[in-house]
Design a protein around this ligand. Structure first.
Ligand code: SAH
Length: 476
């Protein structure tokens, strides 16, 4: 270890920054976040520093650096672009035992400043010993994505219970186990969701009965299939779950991201072939949560968009079981983006409507007068098997037969295929290409943009299919 990491207490203490440019400004901001009393030594200041000085937020000693500037300092930073000045600051610090950092100059520096992830009171500092700052920043970026923004609140919450928990468990090991289950469980989730009251109540209950963990259900949108389109929250929950309930829309690649020793339950769900009736799924979730499990209900796309998410949590709410809903990218958004079809566009569509092409009582029950109005985009979920009827109905209710229409199969995945055509050509194109589920239909002028805006080629390299975008003829 070339450097010894410490966290310095700077509240109200005098620190000196030499230099008045943008680099100095960044350092001043950091020092002020830690509550330091900052004096900037420089002949001139950039506008923002000058403003801080005018407001009395920092002191400005106008002029060239003089050794005596460090007399009262506990910490100093040299941020000028003149190496001689920086060297003099370093030497003055050395003589006074004041630690000096020279920005981007490990050789002259008495200490180095780490890359920081700030979730105060949780602070993570990353350093590569000044050698590869870019690497430190990359690590920092990873940590930023790994650690929820709300961890600060969680740290604050936990700190309040520190003494109570300490008194409750004499045994260090028992205390550690307890904290682990709190910080990784539903109590933490409640804090993160801003539900401090519920978190406190659960905390009281856990302290009374430490061996009875509280379960919870997480209704999580897994997006349209491409693992890169998961949310951070979804990924974190996937890595903590005890049990995962998933259905056929959830891609295999996604399931591989679930914690390895989590139990996996396939609850099916394909049209007309429900492996587990909805009611059974609801009961299963209730039972598992009551056993103290963290249940992940993983759903394709977004759970609140044609996902029956509402029905599933109604039961949980009624039974007083803790739950959380995590949105996912719905397949309409995924397909639109990956097929180069903007859902709205100033010239072509001022609104977009999501409907289901699913038959109810043997017919497609939709508000056709509304759907056939001009200047809008209609996205049809679950419309593959009824595509021919759908296209015919659009035309029958007044849409022009040459209205652009597209179908996107397995959107956002490596298996994505896009067919574009018109209301009159699309059904035959679908048959000819043997499009399979899941597939989504987009109807409207915006579809014509795909020929220019499609950027995703899908496919595994070497699969030999090259571009999978196929354009049907527009018109007859
Ligand atoms: N909750 C899901 C929708 C479930 S309904 C969501 O928000 O996306 C099931 C329908 O979603 C399928 O019939 C299909 O129309 C659509 N769908 C789901 N994933 C898809 C994908 N990767 N590509 C195209 N359509 C998809």
């Amino acid at each position: 270890m070339d450097y010894f990491p410490i966290f310095l207490k700077l509240q109200g203490r005098p620190c000196v920054v030499v230099g008045g440019g943008d680099v100095a400004l960044r350092k001043v901001r950091l020092l002020r976040q830690a509550g330091a009393r900052v004096t900037v030594v420089a002949p001139e200041l950039v506008a923002e520093l000058a403003e801080l000085a005018d407001q009395g937020e920092i002191a400005h000693r106008a002029g060239e650096f003089a050794e005596a500037d460090l007399d009262a300092a506990v910490l100093a930073i040299a941020a000028t672009d003149d190496r001689d000045v920086n060297r003099r600051v370093a030497a003055a610090g050395e003589a006074r035992r004041v630690p000096v950092n020279v920005v981007d100059d490990a050789e002259l520096s008495g200490y180095i400043t780490p890359a920081i992830v700030d979730r105060s009171p949780l602070v993570i500092a990353v350093s590569t010993g000044g050698g590869v700052p870019v690497l430190a920043r990359l690590v920092r970026a990873r940590l930023e994505s790994l650690i929820p923004a709300s961890f600060g609140a969680l740290a604050g919450f936990a700190a309040r219970f520190r003494d109570v928990v300490k008194a409750r468990f004499d045994d260090v090991e028992a205390r550690r186990t307890f904290w682990e289950s709190v910080l990784e469980g539903p109590i933490a989730d409640a804090v993160v969701a801003g539900n401090v009251e519920a978190a406190e109540a659960q905390m009281a209950q856990r302290l009374a009965e430490p061996d009875k963990p509280s379960g919870a259900v997480y209704l999580v949108g897994a997006g349209p299939g491409n693992p890169d389109l998961l949310t951070f929250r979804a990924l974190r929950l996937m890595q903590q779950a005890d049990v995962v309930l998933y259905d056929s829309l959830v891609a295999k690649e996604l399931l591989e991201l679930v914690r390895r020793d989590a139990e996996r339950v396939f609850v099916g769900k394909q049209r007309a072939n429900h492996t587990l009736p909805q009611e059974d799924i609801n009961q299963l979730m209730v039972r598992l949560a009551k056993e103290g499990k963290r249940v992940l209900r993983l759903k394709g796309g977004d759970p609140f968009t044609f996902g029956r998410g509402g029905e599933e949590i109604e039961e949980l709410a009624a039974r007083g079981i803790a739950f959380e809903v995590v949105p996912g990218i719905t397949s309409a958004s995924g397909a639109a983006a990956y097929a180069g079809i903007p859902l709205t566009h100033r010239d072509y569509a001022q609104s977009v409507t999501f409907v289901t092409g699913h038959k109810k009582d043997g017919s497609i029950d939709l508000d056709w007068p509304a759907l056939t109005r001009p200047q809008q985009t209609v996205v049809v979920y679950m419309g593959l098997s009824t595509a021919r009827e759908l296209c015919a109905a659009f035309i029958e209710h007044g849409k022009a037969a040459d209205t652009p229409a597209a179908i996107v199969e397995a959107a956002t995945t490596t298996r994505q295929r896009t067919l574009t055509g018109t209301l009159s050509t699309l059904p035959d194109a679908i048959d000819a290409a043997a499009i399979k589920s899941p597939a989504i239909i987009i109807v409207g002028e915006v579809v014509s943009l795909a020929s220019r805006l499609a950027w995703y080629r899908g496919g595994n390299p070497g699969a030999g299919e090259g571009s999978k975008v196929q354009n049907g003829e527009r018109g007859e």
